[in-house]
Ligand binder design. Structure first.
Ligand code: SF4
Ligand code: SF4
Length: 382
């Protein structure tokens, strides 16, 4: 059998050392761009020769400091992200030369106005519907980003460098999609916490070729072991799909509550998981057209109407043979909170699958309550 636990442990360990890798790259002259959203066209940034770090903060530590400037009744992700920058306690933010943001939800786009006082922020104006006009507008924003990067870093972003970056990013998406698809097996070979750990590792592994190599290696090892009879996850657990706001360390309490109460998470639709990888960039088209088209398919709740998310949920419910859906809403995230009824209705009416909405924040105070609710939900599924 392949030692997949050692492979997973190595990824865990490397994730903790990522700031050292980034520091060494900075010292050798590498430019770094911080990002906050799945809409960010990473290919353009990489084509400009810069490294990308995700700055979406998932811990409660800097929230109280952020509340000196931001309202308390704001999504914890926005407050924590700003708080880390404001208190200068995030090594990734400190090492970023600049930030690229998008006008997604109201709280985030207004937060960028304050963030821009700390570090240069280039804000892309995101259209909030899905049609040809939106794609054409987004293409213009991508061109503006390209020109800003060229001017800021004194580089030239060519069609050739864009094609190379698209090829690399598609490779990462394919590798992750193959890894995610393993959980279509029954029982799955990995649990939800392990899936989260692997995707977190990809965000702090800055060489796309290394991401592809290691994720492919892990997927192959897990599949070989499975075919040889290894069952890492006990059979008979309820197969859960997680959707909603972006995830992270602070909302692991919900993932743990599912997996401690008779469930196993087999699919995450959220950002940082399938939402960002499911669609590839078309490598046969002009790179700027293809990038604009791919990103405007992102099934985020800031898009209205957001039919893409409903279609994805039904598709994943079928592909992963789902028993229940857990919709995680961060407090004060209005767009996902409003969509939760649509998610519940869609799952019930089209697939007879029950759905539970969990509204939470980054603090541990509701951990027990979430666990109790999840226990009742799992019993209800049974
Ligand atoms: S949920 Fe929407 S706004 Fe938030 S990171 Fe994802 S794509 Fe961006
Ligand atoms: S979770 Fe919701 S409120 Fe928070 S940044 Fe994302 S879209 Fe905005």
């Amino acid at each position: 059998m392949n030692d997949v636990n050692a492979m997973l442990d190595r990824m865990r360990d490397e994730s903790t050392k990522a700031p050292i890798v980034l520091k060494e790259a900075k010292e050798s002259g590498c430019k770094v761009i911080g990002t906050y959203c799945v809409f960010t066209p990473t290919e353009v940034i990489r084509a400009a020769g810069a490294w990308i770090v995700s700055l979406c903060s998932k811990k409660a530590d800097p929230i109280s400091a952020a509340e000196e400037h931001l309202p308390r009744n704001l999504c914890p992700l926005i407050k924590a992200s700003y708080g880390y920058a404001y208190t200068d306690t995030c090594p990734y933010f400190a090492m970023s030369d600049a930030v690229v943001g998008e006008t997604t939800c109201d709280g985030k786009k207004k937060m960028y106005e304050y963030l821009n006082r700390i570090k240069p922020v280039h804000v892309m104006q995101l259209p909030q519907r899905l049609d040809d006009r939106a794609v054409s507008h987004w293409r213009e924003e991508i061109v503006a980003l390209k020109e800003w990067l060229e001017k800021s870093f004194g580089v030239s972003v060519t069609d050739e460098s864009l094609r190379g970056a698209i090829h690399d990013a598609n490779g990462e998406r394919r590798a992750l999609n193959n890894f995610f698809a393993l959980s279509q097996l029954d029982p799955p070979p990995v649990n939800g916490l392990e899936i989260m750990m692997v995707t977190d590792w990809t965000r702090v592994t800055f060489d796309p070729k290394e991401v592809v190599r290691r994720v492919d290696e892990l997927t192959k090892a897990l599949r070989e072991n499975y075919e040889a009879g290894e069952r890492r996850i006990i059979p008979g657990l309820k197969r859960i799909l997680v959707t909603g706001c972006p995830l992270g360390k602070a909302v692991e309490k919900t993932i743990i509550a599912v997996e401690n109460n008779g469930g196993v998470i087999v699919c995450f639709e959220n950002c940082g998981h399938y939402k960002g990888t499911v669609d590839l960039v078309d490598e046969t088209k002009h790179p700027l057209d293809a990038i604009a088209e791919k990103y405007m398919k992102t099934a985020c709740s800031v898009i209205s109407p957001n039919e893409g998310r409903m279609k994805l949920l039904v598709r994943f419910a079928d592909e992963f043979n789902i028993d229940g859906v857990v919709d995680i809403i961060l407090q004060a995230c209005h767009t996902y909170a409003v969509e939760t009824k649509r998610v519940r209705d869609k799952m019930r009416d089209e697939r007879d699958i029950p759905c539970i909405s969990i509204e939470t924040d980054y603090y541990p105070g509701d951990t027990e309550q979430i666990s109790t609710r999840m226990g009742a939900f799992m019993e209800m599924i049974q």
